[in-house]
Design a protein around this ligand. Structure first.
Ligand code: K7E
Ligand code: CUA
Length: 650
């Protein structure tokens, strides 16, 4: 283990013994810069795939005392929960960090045969169904998971995740780690960035999350009904505010450009989204012509005042109040609801520093990271500064293809360099001094190769005031040669870096199935889960342990069923062909992890019930014969005997 650590010990590629790392970084950048940027405009972001990270790790960092290890021994628990998006799997995954062990896959937008998500009546009601009873959507695309806040840090109550494909926001409960609500956002496509607010901007007592903000990438004609598709200049996108508790849409704000990621300030006053394609292009080439795009800031208090005053419009077919946040409508800072801060070329990612002072926004076609001082954005809104660009207080050159930035608790930022296949560690204060003209500061503190093409990264407790600067996990988009080949599609690679010292140290990697985008790393004591449900939470519960029975009303049959290992409350039940059958199953077992499954062959039914949980399914008994309903979840020595016989007479 130690040898491995040393081998991958975070030295930058070192072909010359004399150059210091800063100089190397720059020469490497200059060398690659022209070619890579030319490549970008032609062949897309895949340039550099074959040239990166070939055995360049040489030498070891000076041995620091008691270096943290990512190894978690058998029987030991991880120190952090990691909440991972699952990309086009439509799910959320929970990992132990630093070990990288996958602990749970939470079905969100994806039907799931184990839990019965999309099968049970309860989950289908959350997912949404069509008039014919079919699921409204069976696909999803999750990118960003974020947790609810209290006092500037995670409170473990809720987690939200976006669905980019159908513009839905889902909420997962922190105590059961199951999805409990899904809302489809109206009037938008390409819902990508998502971030909860951290407190209310005007009510000091509300020091916790009450809103979730959603950016949308794609501009659309409105109303989007096929009558106005050719006037692409009139397309626009909307920033959406969702109520954290009710999950209802509160308001939307019309903006220019495509919105990407979202960040929120610790005082609740500002939310922001980085933007690309401020050119309003509808084809690729036109989307990257401008030298600068923006990071658009939303003044939450002013938007909500406009909503309260009725200064809103509506799109036919939708009741959501819309505030005008376009540039043209917000030229006067004193009344503006939005502020467009110019940022070099197609930024991807905006992240809030844990000291509450800055947002960092990186231009993926520019080798820079822009540091925006929030105080100065507020000054602009008050009319004290003239240009939104005055809010930029640093813009260091850090490397090629900068995407996302994470932070430690010592003033350093860590940015993924997609094209360089590196993580760069840089100092925020030094960058600000350098921008102000100080030539003697060293901005870049360290670089490390990662494998390969990193997208998101996140540090432990990073997006809170309790950022602890211990672990940094990198979501590498390509694993290439790091795992046994498994056919055309390789896994992706999550690499763990120890950031507790001056030098970054790569200590661990684990494969993940495509495609996680973003993740958060939450100290385990922030999360309070429960393992046993309360039967009273379920209105349909069959509470009497001897209460299993069959009820018939016309051709509607309800089977009230209990489970106690290793038996269901009824060993058989008879219905007639054509009956609409509802099975309500309450698990009376109370022992932690003692769940049962319930599967009906040929009827496409499969779900589990956790201890003290109730679930129901409804189906039409259209196939006569005997069907053995069996327990799918190993529960008891006599688990195979745990069955009930469904008999459908012709
Ligand atoms: Cu893949 Cu946050 Cu959707 Cu960046 S996003 S990499
Ligand atoms: Cu009950 Cu297996």
């Amino acid at each position: 283990m130690k040898n491995d650590n040393e081998k991958n010990s975070g030295q930058s590629p070192d072909n010359s013994l004399e150059l210091d790392e800063e100089e190397q970084g720059i020469s490497r950048r200059k060398f690659l810069g022209t070619a890579a940027l030319v490549g970008l405009s032609g062949a897309g972001l895949s340039v550099g795939l074959s040239s990166c990270g070939k055995g360049e790790d040489k030498g070891a960092a000076p041995a620091a005392p008691a270096q943290p290890s990512a190894e978690v021994h058998p029987g030991q628990l991880d120190e952090y929960y990691g909440f991972w998006s699952g990309g086009h799997s439509g799910e959320v995954r929970i990992m132990g960090i630093p070990s990288g062990r996958e602990i749970k896959r939470v079905p969100v937008f994806n039907p799931d045969a184990m839990s019965g998500w999309g099968v049970t009546n309860e989950s289908r009601a959350i997912l949404g169904t069509n008039k014919d009873g079919s699921l409204r959507y069976t696909t999803g695309d999750t990118h960003h998971v974020h947790g609810s806040y209290k006092d500037g840090t995670y409170d473990g109550k809720y987690f939200w995740v976006n669905d980019k494909i159908h513009s839905r926001i889902a909420r997962m409960r922190g105590d059961t780690m199951e999805t409990d609500k899904i809302t489809e956002l109206p009037n938008v496509q390409g819902f990508h960035g998502i971030f909860p607010d951290k407190r209310d901007p005007v009510k000091p007592e509300v020091n916790y999350t009450t809103r979730v903000f959603c950016g949308s990438e794609f501009r659309l004609p409105q109303p989007n009904n096929g009558t106005n598709m050719d006037d692409t200049d009139a397309y626009y996108s909307l920033f959406t505010c969702v109520d954290a508790e009710t999950m209802e849409v509160r308001w939307q704000c019309k903006v220019d450009g495509n919105m990407d990621l979202v960040a929120t300030s610790y005082d609740g006053k500002l939310a922001a989204s980085n933007q690309y394609n401020t050119e309003k292009g509808v084809v690729y080439a036109n989307m990257m012509s401008a030298e600068r795009d923006s990071c658009v800031f939303f003044n939450i208090e002013r938007i909500e005042a406009a909503v309260a005053a009725g200064k809103v419009s509506k799109i036919p077919g939708s009741d959501v109040p819309i505030v005008d946040g376009t540039r043209a409508a917000n030229a006067d800072p004193k009344t503006a609801v939005t502020c467009y801060v110019p940022i070099p070329k197609s930024p991807h990612g905006v992240n809030a520093s844990p000291d509450g002072k800055y947002f960092v926004c990186s231009g993926k076609l520019s080798p820079t990271a822009s540091v925006i001082e929030l105080e100065r954005v507020l000054h602009w809104f008050e009319g004290h500064t003239k240009e939104p660009r005055d809010a930029v207080v640093a813009e260091p050159e850090i490397g090629l293809g900068p995407l996302h930035t994470a932070f430690d608790n010592r003033g350093s930022a860590y940015t993924t360099l997609f094209l360089d296949s590196q993580i760069v560690k840089w100092n925020i204060d030094a960058a600000i001094k350098a921008y102000a003209g100080d030539k003697n500061v060293k901005v870049v503190e360290d670089r490390i190769d990662v494998h390969y093409q990193p997208g998101h990264l996140n540090a432990s407790m990073n997006e809170t005031k309790e950022a602890d600067g211990k672990w940094l996990v990198i979501g590498c988009k390509f694993s290439k040669d790091r795992y046994l080949p498994v056919g055309p599609l390789h896994p992706e690679n999550e690499q763990t870096i120890d950031i507790s010292g001056e030098k970054m140290r790569l200590v661990h990697e684990t494969s993940v199935w495509p495609e996680p985008h973003d993740f958060i790393i939450v100290k385990r004591d922030k999360i309070k889960t429960r393992q046993v449900y309360n039967m009273d939470e379920f209105p349909l519960a069959v509470k009497d342990i001897n209460g299993s029975k069959i009820e018939r009303q016309g051709n509607k049959v309800t089977i009230h069923l209990t489970s106690v290992a290793p038996a269901f409350g009824l060993s058989e039940f008879r219905v007639k062909k054509g009956d609409e059958v509802t099975i309500i199953l309450t698990n009376h077992d109370k022992v932690e992890d003692l769940g049962h499954g319930f599967a009906i062959p040929k009827y496409n039914i499969n779900f589990i019930v956790n201890p003290q949980e109730t679930k129901s399914v409804t189906f039409v008994a259209d196939k006569p014969g005997v069907y053995w309903c069996y327990c799918t979840h190993f529960c008891h020595a006599l688990h195979l005997e745990m069955r009930s016989r469904l008999m459908v007479s012709p």
